[in-house]
Design a protein. Structure first.
Ligand SMILES: [Fe+2]
Ligand SMILES: [Fe+2]
Length: 271
């Protein structure tokens, strides 16, 4: 029997990638403005402050399903590809994973991977919650989307933070690296005790395109990161390309997903 946690092969048959993540399409100014704010303000001090504030999980308690319902009032400004309600995106992602016969924890990961966006509903601006993520505390890769906006980030002028390694040791492992603050890191800390390691990586690094797509920051990764990279890459097409204008019907699928949430997650989450 194959090991359900073994790294998967890369997809051979991916859909038309050029149709997604097109940052040149008309009406994309909101995305530029989003990244101008994100890249200007995501500094080491900013990230440490947000970790201090949000990783205490003192906002409110909800069942996982209530959390997803709550999230449903949000539309993501950073995303050039969807104007769908969040629950539709999550359901499409999860259903595409399920249709390909993956283990149920992988389906669960698809279903909850953006739940951390509830931070927006707790009053955080979108630029501090969504969008691509990147390490802070070291030089910004020029393969990050809209790299020109980092010129306005104070860390770019700070000698502690603007060398290739910055505050890190070579191959220290991503767990030691502070990522720009957002829903990925928040949800990772919320769920890390309940899901297997590949799912933790998918949740924590799904927006770290400079790593999982562009191959950057390999001087910071360790063997555990390298072993999990293929899982993060395996997850990505489901997140991107299952954004389909004819979504599955939630009411029909709700019993399956309620059981799946109950299998892995506690009855109540402290957000
Ligand atoms: Fe996300
Ligand atoms: Fe997503």
């Amino acid at each position: 029997m194959s090991d359900p946690l073994a790294p998967p092969p890369l997809l051979a048959d991916e859909p038309n990638r050029a149709a997604f993540r097109d940052y040149t399409q008309p009406g994309i100014d909101r995305v530029r403005d989003f990244y101008r704010n994100n890249h200007t303000h995501q500094t080491v001090d900013f990230v440490l402050g947000k970790k201090d504030k949000w990783l205490q999980f003192r906002q409110r308690e909800m069942t996982p399903w209530e959390g997803l319902d709550y999230l449903n009032t949000l539309v993501d400004e950073s995303d050039p590809d969807i104007n769908l309600p969040q629950i539709s995106h999550l359901l499409q992602t999860a259903e595409a994973i399920r249709a390909d016969g993956h283990p149920d924890w992988f389906v669960l990961t698809g279903f909850v991977h953006d739940l951390g966006k509830v931070l927006c509903l707790f009053g955080e601006p979108q630029w501090a919650v969504v969008g691509d993520t990147f390490p802070v505390g070291c030089r910004h890769s020029d393969r990050i989307v809209y790299p020109e906006f980092f010129a306005a980030n104070p860390d770019s002028q700070d000698h502690r933070y603007n060398s290739e390694l910055g505050i890190y040791h070579p191959n220290c492992g991503l767990d030691q690296v502070h990522m720009s603050w957002g829903h990925d890191e928040y949800l990772y800390h919320l769920l890390k005790d309940y899901v297997p390691e590949p799912a933790q990586y998918m949740i924590r690094y799904h927006s770290f395109y400079a790593w999982h797509r562009e191959g950057q920051y390999r001087h910071l990764t360790d063997a555990r990161d390298e072993a999990n990279l293929s899982w993060v890459q395996k997850f990505n097409p489901y997140d991107l390309y299952s954004k389909n204008p004819n979504p599955p019907v939630l009411a029909e699928l709700k019993p399956y997903y309620e059981d799946l949430l109950a299998k892995y997650l506690p009855a109540t989450l402290k957000l």
